[in-house]
Design a protein around this ligand. Structure first.
Ligand SMILES: [Cu+2]
Length: 152
């Protein structure tokens, strides 16, 4: 009886020793499986790029003429979540700029160069993420030189 019990204990012990490496091997496989999650996260980035592609890939261009002291056009409609490239074109004789007052809705104002000299232009890209109305202005000729953008 004593011998049998000892043999059983030995067998259980050996079985345990055999199972430990197997479990470790399985754990190793799980780790490899876990590492494949990282490329999966990269794929999410690719999806974002794909969305940009759906928007046409390139930014929509909107030229805004700046004269003394008016924006043309001064009422602009743009689609939401679409990359827009504004070109602020100074066709006047004074210095102008174009600042979109989007801090409240987009976290920052988008703007051309601070000083756009006569005969020069300045472009900048914007993607509005919220629908609504956003004002824009020339910092030097407020409140005369203003306009609004309807994001829809
Ligand atoms: Cu101005």
């Amino acid at each position: 009886m004593k011998l049998n019990t000892w043999k059983k204990a030995l067998l259980i012990g050996v079985a345990g020793l055999l199972l430990v490496p197997l479990a470790a091997a399985c754990g190793g496989d799980d780790d490899e499986g876990g590492s494949t999650i990282t490329p999966g996260a990269t794929a999410t980035k690719d999806d974002d790029n794909g969305d940009n592609g759906d928007n046409g890939g390139e930014a929509r261009e909107i030229t805004v003429d700046m004269t003394d002291n008016v924006f043309t056009p001064k009422d602009i409609k743009v689609p939401v979540n679409t990359l827009i490239k504004f070109e602020a074109d100074n066709k006047g004789t004074a210095i102008h700029n174009m600042r979109i007052l989007s801090k409240a809705t987009e976290g920052k104002d988008y703007a051309s160069d601070l000083l756009v000299n006569p005969g020069e232009s300045s472009s900048f890209e914007v993607k509005f993420t919220k629908k609504g109305v956003v004002d824009f202005q020339c910092d030097y000729h407020v409140p005369e030189m203003v306009g609004k953008i309807v994001v829809e």
